[in-house]
Design a protein around this ligand. Structure first.
Ligand code: SF4
Length: 447
């Protein structure tokens, strides 16, 4: 409450990277607000700018550095945290005008550090530490910060995919206790967030560190079952999942949770078993295909998105064809395609057969075209099946004439109002009329 007796201080927060980072920035912002500190847009003159960085690709590193330099121009102090700080903070801090660098483990206490700096209390310039702090995982968000709530249910990763640095930046799997997740889901949904998205660095590893550890995905399925019973929670989503989590147990269990959104974001990465083995992923092409089959069998209307890496070292034309064919077979609503980017310190960066940039570019283009054709086909069927029977749109924006949001299958919908104007956060039955390459259009279906 220190700040109540002083002129109101202003902090801006820039978040790069994943939803876990977003969740952690939201937690910092919510604590600062509780202490009467104003959160201002990034770029506006302020006392402190916090940059929550990312290091997933070399492009993310570059962007993190750019944001740090930008912030130094308008903020009195700059605080840098997140995965780039964790990996490169020691180096970056040399000759830097940044006031404070903190690794991922210290993020739970970051709001207190920011308040100390505002109060003129000196903090050591660099506090990277090891990313294995469990208390950071148990902290919860009590104030909804956006239309849907992301709940961080775990941090860290026990895998060591050849191209990835994240397991180094985030440490081993640490899961939030089920009691804490249920409490957080209840608080946020009661305060207005009807949709809860469970997120983590390797979300499917949830519970692998519990004493009664059971197979991969087991605890996550149980957690979804429990959240499904909370009355105020209306929709449950899950962040990206590795295909190998979709065992019979997992798929059959989550299919019974009627609030679970029938949309799955799969971190597929490649359709070639050879490349998946080189990446050290836990599945091959056949296993991935079986996972999609199991989901479709248990949740027939499920839609899918996927992350794919093109141009991984050693990826031949045949390997790339395998990726094209799996994408054609499954049909993804959204494809997130990343040209392989070398991360110094990973085994893949040392591989001899790196793919030239031009080939990566061509593969990205071919896969994007295939992705657009699939999207068009899915949306065409989607509109045809919902001209009478509605989809349910979580309203993210609304004005006097229309509203915009995502349906339960993760299609982005713009719809005309009918009768009462919906509010942001409402879940609105909507019949569909047509689509273009970006949106599906429709109108509010009145009872
Ligand atoms: S599963 Fe693989 S890609 Fe994902 S965070 Fe872990 S090591 Fe990185």
């Amino acid at each position: 409450m220190l700040q109540n007796h002083m002129t109101q201080k202003a902090v801006s927060i820039m978040t790069l990277g994943c939803r876990v980072n977003q969740y952690e920035s939201d937690s910092v912002a919510s604590k600062l607000k509780e202490n009467n500190i104003k959160i201002v847009p990034f770029g506006e003159k302020c006392d402190i700018a916090v940059i929550n960085t990312c290091t997933v690709t070399s492009e993310s590193d570059k962007k993190s550095r750019q944001m740090i330099h930008r912030a130094l121009l308008f903020a009195d102090h700059v605080v840098v945290t997140g995965c780039y700080a964790q990996i490169s903070g020691d180096e970056e801090s040399k000759n830097s005008s940044v006031t404070y660098f903190r690794g991922n483990s210290g993020k739970a206490g970051l709001a207190d550090t920011v308040m100390n700096i505002l109060a003129g209390i000196n903090e050591p310039k660099v506090d990277i530490g090891k990313p294995d702090n469990t208390s950071a995982v148990e902290s919860i968000l009590e104030t909804p910060m956006r239309t849907r709530s992301y709940i961080k249910i775990e941090d860290g990763c026990n895998n060591s995919c050849s191209y990835c640095l994240i397991h180094t930046a985030r440490g081993p799997v640490r899961s939030k206790s089920p009691e804490t997740v249920l409490k957080e889901a209840e608080i946020l949904s009661t305060k207005g967030n009807a949709e809860i998205i469970l997120t983590g660095i390797e979300t499917a590893s949830y519970g692998l560190d519990f004493q009664n550890r059971r197979p991969y995905g087991y605890h996550l399925a149980d957690l979804i079952t429990e959240i499904n019973k909370i009355e105020s929670v209306k929709r449950i989503g899950i962040a990206s999942l590795d295909p190998s989590v979709f065992t019979d147990y997992f798929t059959e269990t989550v299919a019974k949770a009627e609030k679970l959104l029938p949309h799955f974001h799969i971190s597929l990465q490649s359709g070639s078993s050879r490349i998946l083995a080189s990446m050290k992923r836990k599945y091959n092409r056949d296993m991935a295909l079986k996972s999609f089959e199991r989901i479709k069998k248990n949740i027939p209307d499920a839609t899918f998105s996927a992350d794919i890496i093109v141009g991984y070292p050693g990826e031949t034309d045949e390997d790339f064809d395998d990726t094209l064919s799996i994408c054609e077979q499954i049909q993804f609503l959204h494809l997130h395609i990343f040209p392989y980017s070398k991360r110094i310190g990973t085994p893949a960066a040392e591989m001899k057969d790196q793919i030239p940039a031009q080939i990566k570019k061509e593969r990205l283009k071919r896969l994007s075209e295939l992705g657009l054709a699939s999207k068009e086909k899915i949306l065409d069927d989607y509109v045809k099946s919902h001209t009478e029977s509605p989809v349910f749109v979580l309203v993210e924006k609304a004005d006097a004439k229309s509203y915009k949001g995502h349906s339960e299958h993760f299609a982005e919908v713009i719809a005309e109002n009918a009768g009462e104007r919906p509010k942001v956060g409402d879940i609105v039955p909507t019949v569909l009329t047509h689509y273009d390459e970006k949106y599906v259009y429709g109108r509010h279906k009145m009872p």
